[in-house]
Design a protein around this ligand. Structure first.
Ligand SMILES: Nc1ncnc2c1ncn2[C@@H]1O[C@H](COP(=O)(O)OP(=O)(O)OP(=O)(O)O)[C@@H](O)[C@H]1O
Length: 233
């Protein structure tokens, strides 16, 4: 993947005002004749509070990039920072801690725990991090995602769109430096997808929440602050 920045103009990596930066990332899979260069020198910077979309055709390296930005995979070369901290300098324990406290995730297939209610799923990151539960904040979030009358329902009792709303509230609850969303509308119909895009936009606006989203969704340019286009490498 290379990235282009059609609009607005490119932002140079700069740790000061940015939630996430990537500098000259490469990722090579395999060796010899099976070598695949999934990323060939990707640089980007996402300022705090922005909603950024990474778009591109299948196989262009979007998932690879998202996993490396989120610290789930290491680049072959190049550097990632989250909240000004370079991921390369962190050992596995510190990386896990950083992911738990500074990163939220939203997945295509929701990934909720089936035995927990909507509210239980939303509060799970707080519990895992040993954080005090703030009922006002949890109530606010449940209201924000429109699930006040579904908080005691299990995921199996919720529609796909409702499950993704739970996942978004779960990602927001820690007030992370950045939320990474991997095809968040990919498993929803057109209307459900539009509602999720609107909700992500509202999260960025209301909570100054930085969000980086991988998507095939053509309508995303109507809600994103910037769109990074991936080209086949
Ligand atoms: N573990 C792996 N081993 C070898 N090659 C891989 C591996 N993971 C991904 N690739 C290759 O790297 C390239 C980028 O894959 P990636 O999954 O990042 O693309 P993508 O843009 O997310 O695609 P899609 O939209 O289909 O999910 C592809 O050519 C893929 O075959």
């Amino acid at each position: 993947m290379n990235t282009t920045h059609p609009s607005p103009p490119p932002t140079l990596p700069d740790n000061s005002g940015n939630a996430v930066t990537a500098t000259e990332l490469t990722r090579r899979y395999g060796t010899g004749t099976t070598t695949v260069d999934a990323l060939r020198g990707v640089s980007l910077a996402v300022p705090h509070g922005e909603l950024a979309a990474i778009m591109g055709p299948s196989g262009s390296g979007k998932s690879t990039l998202l996993h490396i930005l989120a610290g789930l995979d290491r680049p072959t070369s190049g550097e990632v920072t989250i909240g000004g901290r370079a991921l390369a300098g962190l050992d596995d324990r510190d990386l896990t801690l950083l992911r738990r406290t500074q990163v939220g995730f939203v997945f295509q297939f929701f990934n909720l725990l089936p035995m927990l209610t909507a509210e239980g799923n939303i509060m799970l990151p707080l519990k895992l991090a040993g954080k005090r539960q703030d009922p006002d904040w949890v109530n606010e979030l449940i209201g924000k995602v429109g699930l006040s009358d579904r908080r005691d329902h299990l995921p199996s009792q919720l529609s796909g769109g409702q499950q993704q709303r739970v996942a978004i509230a779960r990602a927001l609850v820690m007030r992370p430096t950045v939320i990474f969303a991997d095809e968040p509308t990919g498993n929803l119909d057109s209307r459900g997808g539009a509602e999720i895009l609107a909700l992500l936009r509202a999260a960025a606006d209301s909570y100054h929440q930085t969000i980086v989203m991988v998507t095939h969704e053509p309508r995303v340019s109507t809600v994103a602050d910037r769109t990074l286009s991936a080209k086949l490498s």
